[in-house]
Ligand binder design. Structure first.
Ligand SMILES: Nc1ncnc2c1ncn2[C@@H]1O[C@H](COP(=O)(O)OP(=O)(O)OP(=O)(O)O)[C@@H](O)[C@H]1O
Ligand SMILES: [Mg+2]
Length: 258
């Protein structure tokens, strides 16, 4: 059976700087995969190659292959906009459309996809905001600018915006980093709920979160500053947290370095 995501021998560059080296991994459909590892090891960089967002950065390029349901995402003729529609993303820094209202932020993707039915748009927006645990805080200010929300609210707004279009694959880069414990648990519940239909990859620095929500965990590490990040080990999450194969993984998850 085709893997949902199948990455082979991937190198990722910023100009001449190789940020990520030699990643090979597969991700099953209807699963949650956590990416963990120290700051700067290339988790965000690698994540962005999975929906062709890396190349929007000047000098950004990749070598190797990324296949989604057996289709090469980097083959000539593949439309990156279509890829990004199928593979949604929540960025590490919340990036609501600043001049757009809260409601329009959530509806933006639907409108882009050609949905015109106002009632459907409003219902989907409400449902997405509820699932992102933001509805109660914004239901009376849907017409106000998205940029007027707090950092944690903006993060949840971006989660609502991403799930509103029901992407097949959802990439979430530290989606809970600015959230209080209640919203964090709500987002973890959302991830678990979405897993029955979609495929989710989440970057997190929170080990408990990785252990709670993910089926598989990938540990990335950096040999030294200025060297590319590498995938050290990927396995079932309970195995990574109880009995990892690599010493570096063990040191990282137990808080020992060097
Ligand atoms: N736009 C960019 N231009 C050049 N180098 C970059 C750019 N973004 C990231 N890098 C470099 O690529 C490497 C990987 O960065 P990346 O942001 O992917 O790490 P990360 O694992 O997500 O870290 P964190 O946990 O802090 O978010 C780092 O050396 C970083 O300095
Ligand atoms: Mg990052």
């Amino acid at each position: 059976m085709a893997k949902r995501i199948d990455v082979k021998d991937l190198n990722v560059y910023y100009g001449s700087f190789k940020a990520v080296e030699d990643v090979t991994m597969t991700v099953e459909p209807r699963s949650v995969t956590a990416f963990i590892g120290p700051s700067g090891c290339g988790k965000s960089t690698f994540l962005r190659t999975l929906n062709r967002m890396h190349e929007v950065i000047p000098g950004g390029r990749v070598e190797g292959s990324v296949r989604l349901d057996d289709e090469d995402l980097y083959a000539p003729g593949i439309d990156p906009v279509g890829v990004r529609r199928t593979v949604g993303m929540v960025f590490q820094r919340p990036n609501p459309f600043p001049t757009m209202s809260v409601g329009d932020n959530v509806a933006a993707g639907l409108r882009l996809n050609g949905v015109k039915n106002k009632k459907l748009i409003a219902e989907t927006a409400e449902q997405s905001l509820r699932r992102a645990n933001l509805w109660n805080e914004v239901k009376d200010r849907l017409g106000k600018p998205g940029a007027g929300l707090s950092g944690g609210q903006q993060q949840r707004l971006c989660i609502a915006r991403a799930i509103a279009v029901s992407p097949q694959v959802l990439l979430m880069d530290e989606p809970c980093s600015a959230l209080d414990p209640i919203s964090t648990l709500a987002i973890e519940d959302l991830i678990t709920e979405l897993k029955s239909q979609y495929t989710i990859v989440i970057v997190t620095h929170n080990m408990q979160q990785a252990a709670r929500v993910s089926d598989r965990t990938a540990f990335f590490n950096l040999a030294a500053t200025g060297k590319p990040g590498r995938l050290i080990e990927m396995d079932d999450t309970p195995k990574i947290f109880s009995n990892p194969t690599e010493r570096a993984t063990e040191d990282y998850i137990s808080g020992r370095f060097g």
